[in-house]
Design a protein around this ligand. Structure first.
Ligand code: TRP
Length: 493
């Protein structure tokens, strides 16, 4: 018996939800740092090229798949081509794992937000380092030693999952209202942080580092790979989120203009976040009498060690700005976090016709239970490893498979003519070229290069067994996806 599909209350709800998913923690700690590391201002060139040649074409493709089939990723892909249901399940497995560690990072933000009222993380850089690594995470020294649960992290995790549940349980109509807040509040906070950052002494130094172009990077394949990787990550591509969101759109809604709006809003926000982060780092460097690169830490250290250090040094209202910064991260992250859960729930509902009312809490509880691993003293390493494997191999693989299924099996031309029929902005044959050749080639090359690098150098300082575990896990997920795709579901007809 076909049930009536849920719907967004308006076009802008859908666009805001997609923007909310795209703009997340990655925009604040990943983008500025990767830009700085890969040639500053010059990196914007590969970044923009990646956006045009892979980000937008694939986003259009995913919107089309969801909207045309009106189904969650596995059943949607099955409708496109009978044999591709497993690709959908694979992306669902990946996004579920992503949600489990993403919510852990959110939990750290919850803890920092709480601490910001008293600046409880300490006052010197050493104290802050100690707070993050020892007090909060209680790092065990190796992923093999789990050594007990860190209660504050577990509590933060529970708060995060309850919030995810509360955002999702009333369905897509209400979600469409919530996203206005979860997108606009961070924009407002970000603008405040940028103004505050720019008004600090030393800000210009920081911005110089962020933006001074080093054009020699254009010749380095590494910078190009980083740009493509960042585009895929930041636009929430290849994880089923965009497919499920688009499936709640009526069949005749616009596709291309929505894809352009979503991606440009996201990349603009990332660029702006760079100003907030680097102006503050410039101030930190000046206050400590060192150069900007010396205070610039990679990845998570940037948000949880370097930035709080800078906040402490603020001449006025440091508690206030500390709370603002972590509230910014929380509001940025929450809509990405629930957009990681929705595809999992939607896929189960669509395949077996179960009630969302029951599936959602079960998925949330299960996600929380997996998160217990990340709340242990060895958890930090597992967050890092999961992030590495999912974002480098998982996303690339799914993106590649999607391009092949649509580009070759279904036919890029056929898809394009359907897309043009409903869209305001018409796309030309260039789209076929990207979907059939350029995007899959880039993804294929980057997958192979990453794999070679992994085999040659391992990853970080992790023991070799963790690499095997990661790889083994990806293979296990592939097998699980095939098994799930063979199970009988309720008829789609
Ligand atoms: N785009 C999100 C961010 O910038 C993270 C993310 C990556 C994501 N892939 C996703 C979110 C898939 C939802 C679904 O933080």
């Amino acid at each position: 018996m076909p049930t009536i599909r849920e719907r967004w209350s308006s076009r802008s709800s859908f666009v805001f939800a997609a923007i909310g998913s795209a703009i997340g923690l990655g925009n604040v700690w990943r983008f500025p740092y990767i830009t700085y590391q890969n040639g500053g201002g010059a990196f914007l060139i590969p970044y923009f090229v990646a956006l045009i040649t892979a980000g937008i074409p694939l986003m259009i493709l995913e919107y089309y798949v969801g909207q045309e089939t009106q189904r969650a990723p596995p059943t949607a892909l099955k409708k496109i081509w009978k044999k591709s249901e497993w690709i959908g399940w694979f992306s669902v497995c990946l996004v579920f794992l992503l949600s489990t560690y993403y919510s852990t990072i959110m939990s750290w933000c919850v803890n920092y937000f709480y601490q910001s009222f008293t600046l409880g993380w300490g006052s010197t850089p050493e104290a802050i380092n100690n707070f993050f690594n020892n007090t909060l995470l209680g790092k065990s020294g190796s992923p093999g030693i789990l050594g007990g649960i860190q209660m504050p992290v577990l509590i933060g995790l529970a708060i995060t999952w309850i919030s995810i549940y509360l955002c999702l349980f009333r369905g897509v109509k209400i979600l469409g209202k919530i996203v206005y807040f979860t997108v606009c509040i961070p924009w407002l906070l970000l603008i405040i942080m940028v103004i505050r950052g720019l008004s600090l002494p030393g800000a210009i130094e920081g911005l110089n580092f962020y933006l001074t172009p080093d054009f020699s990077v254009l010749l380095k394949p590494q910078a190009w790979l980083a740009a493509y990787g960042q585009i895929f990550y930041t636009l929430s591509l290849a994880m089923g989120t965009l497919i499920i969101y688009a499936s709640y759109q009526p069949k005749d809604s616009d596709i291309t203009a929505n894809a352009f709006i979503t991606s440009l809003a996201n990349c603009g926000t990332a660029f702006l976040a760079g100003f907030a982060v680097f102006s503050t780092l410039g101030y930190l460097a000046q206050s400590m009498g060192v150069s900007v690169p010396e205070v610039t830490k990679s990845g998570l250290g940037l948000a949880f060690v370097t930035y709080p250090t800078a906040i402490n040094l603020l001449p006025v209202a440091s508690r206030f700005f500390g709370a603002f910064f972590f509230l910014l991260l929380l509001t940025l992250g929450i809509d990405s976090a629930f957009s990681e859960v929705e595809p999992v729930v939607g896929s189960i509902v669509d395949k077996w016709g179960l009630k969302k009312k029951w599936v959602l809490p079960l998925v949330c509880i299960f996600g929380f239970l997996v998160g217990i691993l990340y709340s242990t003293r060895g958890g930090f390493y597992w967050v890092d490893l999961a992030d590495h494997f999912i974002c480098n191999y998982g996303i690339t693989l799914v993106g590649l498979l999607e391009c092949i299924v649509i580009g070759y099996v279904f036919g890029a031309r056929k898809a394009r003519s359907c897309i043009n029929e409903v869209s305001d902005v018409r796309i030309g044959p260039w789209w076929d070229v990207f979907i059939k050749f350029i995007t899959p080639i880039v993804l294929g090359v980057s997958f192979i290069m990453q794999l070679i690098k992994l085999i040659q150098n391992g990853y970080g300082n992790y023991p070799i067994w963790t690499i095997f575990t990661g790889m083994g896990f990806i293979v296990l997920l592939l097998i699980l996806s095939v098994i799930l795709s063979r199970r009988k579901g309720v008829s789609d007809e």
